[in-house]
Design a protein around this ligand. Sequence first.
Ligand code: GLN
Length: 340
Amino acid sequence: MANGDNLEAEINPSEVVASPFESFLNDLHLKYKSLGDGKVATYIPELAKVNPDLFSICAIAVDGRVFEVGDYDRLFTIQSISKVFVYGMALEEHGRDYVLTKVGVEPTGEAFNSIILDERSKRPYNPMVNAGANATTSLIKGAGPTERLNRMLDMFRRYIGHDVFIDISVFMSERTTGHRNWAMAHLMLNFGMIDEKIDEAIDLYFQQCSLMVNCHDLAVMASTLANNGVNPITGERAVDSSYIKDILSVMYTCGMYNFAGEWAYTVGLPAKSGISGGIIVVVPNQIGIAVFSPLLDDRGNSVRGVKVCEELSRNFGLHTFDSGMGSSKFMEMLYRGHIQ
Ligand code: GLN
């Protein structure tokens, strides 16, 4: 290739070969497909029905290039990964200072569903655990439950790039069994952290968790965060760029439940996991990555997902503080080998 100005004209499709990154993803998928460690979540009865063998990896660069392998089009419910995006919505609707009065930014070191509040401030510790997400969800504006739900779905649509739906069976399953979330909401109501309409807020929380996505959708969402809030496929802005650093900071410190510290140490990237087996990872200004595999470790993170992300980070020097290869070189590497 003589220069990059006329890239399209110079690509001869017969000369395009798989990038080393794509081959790496295929190898990772093959390597971990046989790993059967972990258990699927059963505390929400509907989630127990999932096929435990499902496994996919998808990465989408900020220029829209897609790399994916496995069952990347199989639908599942987003669960706690939704917390990232609802936090962004709360920030946009109320501003940083107000949201900080309702939910902190401290990791808990506790399980995601712990019924705890910060002793001094009475706030939930952070928006990435259930208590904090109950609080941020209650901040979504709207005249009534339908308007609030539609506004939330529209926010998700911007990130994903197509119309979105809720899995009613999972929603009902959570609604009838999610007693810890009800307990949390009552505790926060007691301290004035959420308003009276807790039924509405909790329903909206269960609805956001029941949003149906596939691994490709999650990668688009992660890539939108990597791309400063603009969906790299549709070009539509999903969130104000001034809140990206708030969102990524809490993902970095609190996104992997009580594994967040170890994750920051080994993978070193903002991420969020969900109990259905998804993990999203953001490499700012470069790429969004999603892994889906429903077999979970005892902290609720996907076993294969953690392994895949650890290897990706190590192999490509993606750790935020890696002084070796450094993630700034990653884009260069990503395309090496596409054209010969
Ligand atoms: N809906 C789930 C719950 O509230 C979300 C948990 C998760 O993904 N960690 O328990």
